[in-house]
Write a protein that binds this ligand. Structure first.
Ligand SMILES: Cc1cc2nc3c(=O)[nH]c(=O)nc-3n(C[C@H](O)[C@H](O)[C@H](O)COP(=O)(O)OP(=O)(O)OC[C@H]3O[C@@H](n4cnc5c(N)ncnc54)[C@H](O)[C@@H]3O)c2cc1C
Length: 491
């Protein structure tokens, strides 16, 4: 399947829709632009909001002019956020999905490689198409797809034996797919649904236009083509700026020249370890900091007196303070804002499979280096148990040989042939509240093992430096245990 972007939906003025459905909609616009235009006028127009909207939906050209003036000429860009689009994205490689989902102010739902057995649909990147590398690329991908099928079957059979008929076949297959996918390449195709507002979409399109991969540039054009007709006044600056085009290249050259004489740092993960992790930075005295913020939010003292009060407070009193927060907390409740006052930064070396999941957490700052062969790859334990470790490693190594050949021709396109098992180094920074949410989802028994192990190790590191405010971190499945532990400590 080739890349497709389909406009699946967008917001529109409800009264205009009702008029259309009643056969009285002539001249009324169903574009989301009229909502942006109407809301843009709210601050200066004395009329009630529905009246302003009525005008906007009747006079679409005037609405467009108003959008251009307010959003672009006056720089009131948040007005463009009132126009929202739902887009189906099909036939995009996993590698290109990483660039798309780099944008945090949007919502994505992807077909999971856990529940769907892939049938060998993949992207042959434009950088490789028609070159002497294309046959080798296709052969390698076909070999991976064949091994994936074999692995998925072997893992399902093994899971069936281990479950002794106690687990349903569908679930066993999904567990098998979850591990078999580690050998799938990053050129494997993905499908997703995305919901995004015009402001974020404009940025996505402009950034895509500057991307080194032709596929991502094509994605940018396809996104623009899908919305341009109904959103011309809210999405205008789609050309990549020199800042997008030149700065990453210039920075890359500058930093690489700077580091040319340095020795490369050793990986955090020793050979055979599933991932590398280090807590590289955190707010000083985080328990006290969260306590001080709680005192601020629920008391009348100023920051200085709270700080002095906390310094004199015994740990037991702090524990009792946090116990007030935890007492009625259910698994879906989030920690209060006071937890946003502390920050944790991790360096991680993780598989592409785990990265794919980590990047979905939008309340965090994630920076990633390119995939790095020196970091090795992550081998699912189940692959060892079915005796296919050597075949797995052979396949991954063969990808690395081809990676090196592609890199000589096009460094940006080389990762297409790496697998979900290959690794990269990332810097992941988040606040204590976002870490709480992350731990609920990712330390849970339902979570995929790779990201669950990483999330659990992150939580363990944080609990060493923030035992009290970190006491309630953990998966959904362990909230009751957390209550018991906290109450036992408080007694
Ligand atoms: C077991 C499991 C299976 C999964 N399977 C799939 C799958 O098959 N396909 C798939 O695509 N994804 C899947 N995911 C990923 C999941 O859908 C989320 O994208 C991911 O867990 C990030 O979590 P989040 O969206 O709750 O919050 P984060 O992005 O971590 O944000 C933290 C919180 O901020 C708030 N927030 C952030 N952005 C918004 C927003 N735009 N609007 C409103 N609130 C916002 C929410 O309160 C959110 O909980 C799976 C996750 C798990 C744990």
């Amino acid at each position: 399947m080739s890349l497709q972007v389909i406009l699946a939906g967008h917001n529109l003025d409800r009264q205009a829709l009702e008029a259309h459905l009643a056969g009285q909609g002539e001249g009324l616009s169903l574009s989301p632009e009229t909502l942006s235009a109407a809301y843009a006028r709210i601050s200066r127009d004395p009329r009630a909001v529905p009246e302003i909207r009525e005008d906007a939906r009747r006079e679409v050209e005037k609405s467009r002019r108003s959008n251009r003036a307010i959003i672009f000429d006056m720089g009131h860009s948040s007005v463009a956020e009132h126009a929202t689009f739902n887009l189906d994205v099909l036939g995009l490689s996993r590698l290109a999905v990483e660039s798309l989902e780099h944008h945090r102010l949007a919502s994505y739902t992807e077909k999971s490689q856990r529940y769907i057995r892939l049938e060998g649909e993949y992207v042959v990147p434009e950088e490789i198409r028609g070159t002497e590398l294309e046959p080798a690329f296709r052969q390698r991908v076909e070999a991976l797809a064949a091994f994936y099928g074999e692995l998925a079957q072997a893992l399902t059979a093994q899971a069936e034996r281990e479950a002794e008929g106690k687990t349903r076949r569908r679930e066993l297959e999904s567990r098998a797919n979850e591990d078999a996918r580690y050998i799938l390449p990053l050129c494997a195709q993905a499908q997703l649904g995305m919901t995004v507002n015009a402001r974020s979409l404009e940025l996505m399109i402009a950034r895509a236009g500057a991307h080194p991969l032709a596929e991502v540039r094509a994605l940018g054009q396809a996104l623009f083509a899908a919305v341009s007709e109904i959103a011309s006044s809210v999405i205008r600056y789609t050309e990549p700026s020199a800042y997008f085009l030149e700065t990453p290249k210039a920075l890359g050259q500058f930093v690489q020249a700077w580091q040319a004489d340095d020795l490369h740092s050793a990986p955090l993960a020793a050979d055979g370890e599933p991932f590398g992790l280090a807590l590289i930075e955190h707010s000083p005295e985080p328990d006290q900091k969260v306590a001080e913020a709680l005192l601020f939010a629920h008391g009348r003292n100023n920051w200085q007196s709270n700080l002095e009060g906390i310094k004199k407070t015994k740990s037991q009193q702090l524990q009792a303070l946090f116990a007030q927060v935890y007492e009625h907390m259910k698994l879906w409740d989030t920690l209060p804002r006071a937890w946003e006052t502390v920050h944790f930064t991790f360096e991680l070396e993780l598989s592409a499979a785990a990265f794919g999941q980590l990047k979905r957490h939008r309340m965090a700052s994630l920076m990633s280096q390119p995939y790095d062969l020196s970091l090795g790859h992550t081998l699912p334990d189940s692959v060892r148990r079915v005796g296919l470790k050597d075949r797995f490693v052979e396949e991954a190594n063969a990808c690395e040989v081809l990676y090196a050949r592609i890199a000589e021709h096009s460094p940006a396109a080389a990762p297409y042939i790496l697998t979900n098992a290959h690794r990269r180094r990332v810097r992941f920074e988040l606040n204590g509240r976002a870490l709480g949410h992350f731990s609920r989802l990712r330390c849970d028994a339902e979570a995929q093992w790779d990201i669950r192990d990483i999330a659990s190790a992150m939580v363990a590191e944080v609990q060493k430096v923030m035992p009290l405010a970190g006491a309630f971190y953990g998966g959904k499945d362990c909230v009751e245990d957390l209550h018991t532990q906290v109450r036992r400590k408080a007694d």
